[in-house]
Every structure is written in C-alpha cells, then in structure tokens.
Design a protein around this ligand. Sequence first.
Ligand SMILES: *Cc1c(COP(=O)(O)O)cnc(C)c1O
Ligand code: SF4
Length: 523
Amino acid sequence: MNEKPIDEFQLDSFTKNLFEDLLSGTGNESGESAAQLKDQYQQAVETELTGPIVRFFKQLLELTRETKASAASLGYSREQLLDLAKKHVDIDEHGVTIGGRVGRALGIARDAVGRVENYLEKRLEEAPSGIDLWEQIQENKDRISKVMGISEDDWNRFPKQLHYAINDTSTLSRCINLPEETIKDVLRVTQKYRMRLTPYYASLIMPGKTNDPILLQSVPTGEMVDNVGIEIPPVASDHSPARLIDQFYSRVVTIKVTNMCAMYCTHCLRLAHIGKSDQVFSKAALSEAVEYIRNNKNIRDVLITGGDAFILPNPTLRWLLKELDSIDHLEVKRLGTRIPVTSPQRIDNELLDILAESNEKGPVRVVTQINTAQEITPVSRDAFKKISRNVAAVLNQAVLLRGINDSIIKMWHLCETIQSSYVRPYYLFNCSFRNPEFAHMRVPVQKGQDIVESMYGNISGDAIPRYIATAGGKVPLHRSNIVEFKDGKVVLKKPWSGEIAEYPDADPAVYADDNSFAFKKYE
Ligand SMILES: *Cc1c(COP(=O)(O)O)cnc(C)c1O
Ligand code: SF4
C-alpha cells in the first residue's frame, strides 16, 4: 500500500485477481485493438454509468489474455485502473465490484446461457407449440371441416365438437392422411377399444409426420391389442368406501362423476372405466358421494374427476359445487379435466361463473393434462387464461410418454409453454405399469429423472413438475442431490452443473435446546 488516497479503497478478492491478471503480462502490443481500447478508456473516464467501465475492463482483459501484454505496457497504470474500479463500485447500488462483475459474474452468466443454447436452437424444430404451428393447424381445421361438413359456427360449439368426434377409421382416414396398412391396424384395435378425437384435437395432428405426438396420444396402434400381460385394475373395490368415491389418503378423496371424456387417450390409466358406454352418473349417485364427504370430518380436499369433470353439464356442475360448498369441513376443491386441451370450446361464460362462484367460497383448482407444447394453441391458451382468472390455480399433470415428451427439449418446452399459458406444472407421472395396452409407451424411471433434473437452474423453478410413480398412492421419484452428510455439513451436487457445494447444516445441539430459544431465555 502507498499513501495515495485512492488505495484506501480496499480491493475485494475478485478485483485483486482481476488486477493480477491485467498487470502480470510480459508481452507487448500496440495494434489496432489497443487504439480502440483508448477510446473505451476515455468513455469509462467520462461516464456516470457502469456500462462503459465494464466494457473497458472486459476488452482490456481480453486483450491482455490474447497478447500476454500487461495493462501497464498498454498504457494503463495501476492507479488509473484503481480509479475506475472505485468509480464502478461507487455507482453500483449493490456494491458490485468490477472484479466480481467482469472476473466472475459475466462468466457465470455466459456458462448458464451455454446450458440452454441447444434448447433454444432446437425447440422449434423438435417440439413446436400449437402456437408455433398455428398456421398449419388452421389449414388442418379447414380440411377437416370440409370433409365432415362442419360450419365455423358448429366448430366453435362444444356439443358439436362431441357430435362430430372422430370415432371410426373411415372418418379418420378421410380427415387424416394415413397409410392403408395403418388404417387396417387401427381398425383391428378399435374393434376392442374405443377411439374418439374431437375435430379440434384432430386439427393439431401435423400431416405427413410419422409418430406425430398428437396422433400418438389419440389414435391407437396395434400394440394396444398385441401387448401381452395382465391388466391390473387401477382402483379396485378396496379403495372405494362409498359410491363414486376413491380414497387413498385421510384428507383427500376423489369423486368419479362420469366415465366420459371428450377424447380417449391411448395411454389412459382409466381404460377399464372409459371403455364402455358414455355415462354421466345420476344425481342419486352424486348425492351419496357428497354425503360420504359430509359425514367424514377429516376430509378437506375433494377432486372431482372421471372421465372428465368438464363433461358435466353446467347445471349439474353448479349443483355439485354448491353441495360441496355447503360442507363446512371441506376446504378446497379440484376439478380434473383435459377438455381445455381436447375441446377448449367448452369454456363458456356460464362455466366460468360457476367456477368463480365456488372459488369465492373456497379455493377451486383446475387440474388438467397437457403432454406436449403442441397441445397449446392460441385457442387453448385463451381458455386457460379465462379459467385462471376465475380459480385459485390451474395445474398440469403430464404423463411421461415415449416419443411424445421423453426428451429434455420436449419437456422443457412443454413446461415453459404451459407456464406462459397460465398453467403451472404440478406432476409428471411415470407412465403406469398397470396396463399392458400401453406398455410400449412407457419410459424408464431413470430417463425421467434425467429429464426432470435437467430443468433445475435452467428453467423457472415453478415450471418444474414433481416426478411421480403411481404405486398405490403417489410416490416421488426425484433423484437425491445429497451426496453425503459430513462433519455437520451436507454435501450437495448442483443438478445443472454437477458442481459440489458444501452446505452447513443447522447445529443439532442448538436445535435441541428449547430452553434458551429466543424469548424462552428471558423466562
Ligand atoms: C391423485 C389422487 C389424489 C390426489 O393426490 P394429490 O397428491 O393430493 O394430488 C387423491 N386421491 C386419489 C385416489 C388419487 O388418485
Ligand atoms: S382425458 Fe384422462 S380419463 Fe379421459 S381418456 Fe384421457 S387420460 Fe383417460
């Protein structure tokens, strides 16, 4: 240290390192870039902002690294650099030093961008959203409307979407160009299992694309009948304490109000329930379910599901929610529906009023199922936006499915797209072992762990779903990021970089000592 006042300014370790880098060179340089640097230096001296100072140091660092020249040999003395460093830290509201910013933070930000570069480059090609594909989807809509004779008016009405739902192979082959062999195979499957796609959902299928993710979810292939194995019914009678009710947990129950859906998914866990004729269950049945909840004071959360809860006509839904809202101990309600994705035309003002009215009494959450970004179009996004204005939360339960969303790019883009469409990723289910019919759609648990782990630090935390196995209740499948517990420290591995971080744990002795805790010690 010398006596100049400038050295009273203490350098932090990052700036010390930066200065060492800048001043330790032995080479010589007097080229064009050195002349450019003079300009930047002048701007840094004159500025009242941080930007020009950062730019000067950045370029100086690059030049000294490139040429092995020292900053001094380029004409910048230690004192001049100190002046600028002090100026920078004085301007910055958070006291960020030039060494912290140029020596560390910019590099960290650059590395972070590096981890998402591949995603940003490929997401449009590998996992386009229905918003990205909107022009083609509208062309598909025109083609399907023409083939089936659906007017624009009818297209926009939910009952007509159901009425015109594609449920046989001859209509399918007129709407979507599939090879004859494929159609024959689908015909074989549909003799045993039902197929149903709303014309709207069918319009999301990209023509000429083998294994289009929408096609895979809606049109069954031969495996469905050829796979061997024994089906394990999803919910047996030992889980249903009352009519329409399933109960696994003490405080949450489901009411299955219908076996109907606007479409039948090829990976449906409730295959056994939806397989037969469509039914919305009677008021008598619904009342018995409501009475079970009324008589069990421990139940605080009810999930209305099916089939699809939004299949219920508005008056029935209004009545059911009113009944449930009249139960004091029932605090929150959920509605399970894929209809905003398969037929967003259902979301009318009356439905929104019903949701708002019940949400006023206690939180309503709408739980949906979106498996690909391709299922989010301007129309479904608008439906979710309207729903989200009237309920406490809109949550997504995706299923991890082979060829549909089993890559980092597809899953990131799904989660980011739904988040910007007012929907929060909630669960990601590993596709169930229970049905041999869709065993070919399953993805190994570890592959799912890789995909989910890859999201940490790279996309928003509240866009990351919980990875779940359904195994008699929902069991988390996340990989542990704790390497070990050592000497009062937890050794953690950062999922995004693999970097190890030591995290000091709370002292167990301090934690155990209640007698000296906070206000207790004054007693
Ligand atoms: C999924 C499910 C629930 C709800 O579980 P959460 O973890 O609260 O979302 C409740 N009951 C049954 C039978 C279920 O399948
Ligand atoms: S919407 Fe849900 S319940 Fe209906 S077929 Fe699809 S996965 Fe099954």
